[in-house]
Design a protein around this ligand. Sequence first.
Ligand code: MD3
Ligand code: FE
Length: 216
Amino acid sequence: MGGDLFEAIDPRPARQPIAEGATLLRGFALADERELIAALRAILAEAPFRQMITPGGHTMSVAMSNCGAVGWVTDRKGYRYDAIDPDSGRPWPPMPAVLMDLAVRAASEAGFANFHPDACLINRYVPGAKMSLHQDKDEADFTAPIVSVSLGLPAVFMFGGAKRSDKPQRFALEHGDVVAWGGAARLAFHGVAALKDGEHPLLGRQRINLTFRKAR
Ligand code: MD3
Ligand code: FE
């Protein structure tokens, strides 16, 4: 009864198909926000954010770290997944249960059963940081989805098509939003517009995005 009423007036439905294979779960991570942030702080104490270098020699505006069996890295030699953090020479911190469970539940909710991520890339955007249109192609198995979790300041996400030239649709990703990208969406071009300044009550002047991947 009351549920129907709220459904009628809530401008942000809980589950929104945004494209073939892509499902937006608004606020899905909110119930775990404090536990997620505490787990991230522990990971980042072992593997701090760093701005990596692209093969073309550019420093990325987004700072990155990883947890899990492997982590995504880039340097002058190329893009790849590696079990060792090149900054510390040690393995990446393991993926905490609170992160793993959230990713698996979100994938399942979006229709991707048996998601077994082995990598979580942690992206940090400060005001002005952006990510240009790209495809995620460094994983071994494109039948597995990628699950993304947005925390902190809102961002404008750009979701394009199979070709770089396909005009992207733009939509806002806010604190707590989770998206599962699989099927036809898995190899779509996508990016993030330059982060607008602001202050988030829990995270301050930044946006943190987690992407859970099956890399191997
Ligand atoms: C659509 N990160 O790390 S998350 C990336 O907000 C990346 O930091 C962005 O793109 C961020 O590679 C976007 C949403 C996302 C992630 C992977 C996708 C969308 C995707 C893979 C295929 C299609
Ligand atoms: Fe990506």
